[in-house]
Design a protein around this ligand. Structure first.
Ligand code: NAP
Length: 283
């Protein structure tokens, strides 16, 4: 069997490779990097590297030659639909037999700003006829670092998602699940991978517990939310992007209840306050 992990130079792919090495022989594992330069750390760690860019279909065909099972980590928003179409076409042409694709919570019903690229990619994978699993990852707790770090600095935890719930878990937990799925047979077509659903108020309370620091928890309006992130050094545009996600969460776009993550991991999830401690490197 041969496995290839894309996005291996990024956070999720890095963790996925780490966990894959625990469940598959090293010689069967390959990692995709966009360039020789970017692959240096992987090679130094003894990882088999294939070079390829989603934007270049020929490079992806070369990268996927002889690969059986593909962990396809979604790329960055921008030209993602065309890039992902190349990856799926290359997988089809090279005879990849299984794709695990990192998708988005409840992708087929979601109205989130982030959903269309994943809806598009899921559809292409289905149409390809390749056996697959959609790893519909809920939200990395790491995404909340800007709000959390600012709260640590100012004592004010500022959010704008009202009582909307999110299924936060550590990026490494989603990645471990992905590695488990990649080496398994008979995985369901769709996994809604999520932590327990909680509100930002509950996240703030868990942060108080994790750090021992009392916080003022502020349900802000749009302006207050953006100003808080700008005060943390974020440009207006980036702060507004965060706000869009807050609106998605307020509209319950991430409130998809599921125990799939725990099931695939075969163990309980890290509790929210322990996850926050890990994130903030608190012993
Ligand atoms: N569920 C969530 O909470 C959440 C949050 C954020 C993002 N995401 C999605 O999950 C993915 C993985 O997250 P992450 O934190 O690991 O992101 P990341 O650290 O930014 O890593 C993204 C990886 O994708 C690679 N990549 C991007 N475009 C590519 C292309 N055209 N060809 C080949 N490789 C390409 C990057 O390569 P380079 O190193 O060469 O750039 C990098 O290895 C993201 O890309 C995004 O689609 C999910």
């Amino acid at each position: 069997m041969t496995y290839l992990v894309t996005g291996a130079t990024g956070g999720f792919g890095h963790y996925a490779l780490h966990y894959l090495k625990e469940v598959a022989p090293n010689e069967e594992i390959f990692a995709l990097a966009r360039s020789e330069e970017k692959s240096a750390a992987l090679r130094a760690a003894g990882v088999n590297v294939r070079l390829g860019d989603y934007a270049d279909i020929d490079s992806m065909k070369q990268a996927l030659e002889g690969i059986d099972r593909l962990l396809f980590v979604s790329g960055a928003p921008g030209n993602r639909q065309a890039e992902h179409a190349n990856v799926v076409e290359a997988a089809k042409e090279t005879g990849v037999s299984y794709i695990a694709y990192t998708s988005f919570a409840d992708a087929d019903h979601s109205t989130s700003i982030l959903a269309p690229d994943h809806q598009f990619t899921e559809k292409l994978i289905k149409q390809s006829g390749i056996k697959h699993t959609f790893l519909r990852n809920n939200w990395y707790i790491e995404n909340e670092l800007p709000i959390i770090e600012q709260a640590m600095k100012t004592g004010e935890f500022v959010y704008a998602a009202a009582d909307g719930k999110t299924g936060w878990a550590l990026k490494r937990e989603y990645a471990e699940a992905a590695a488990n799925v990649l080496v398994s047979v008979d995985v369901p077509e769709i996994l809604e991978l999520s932590g327990n659903l909680v509100t930002y108020e509950e996240l703030a309370e868990a942060l108080e517990k994790a750090t021992g620091k009392k916080l003022e928890i502020i349900a802000a309006d749009n302006k207050g939310f953006v100003e808080n992130l700008k005060a943390a050094g974020f440009p207006q545009e980036a702060a507004e992007m965060f706000l869009v996600i807050q609106h998605d969460i307020k509209k319950e776009q991430l409130a998809i209840p599921s125990k799939d993550l725990e099931k695939v991991l075969g163990k309980p999830l890290v509790s929210l306050d322990e996850a926050l401690k890990e994130l903030l490197n608190i012993k």
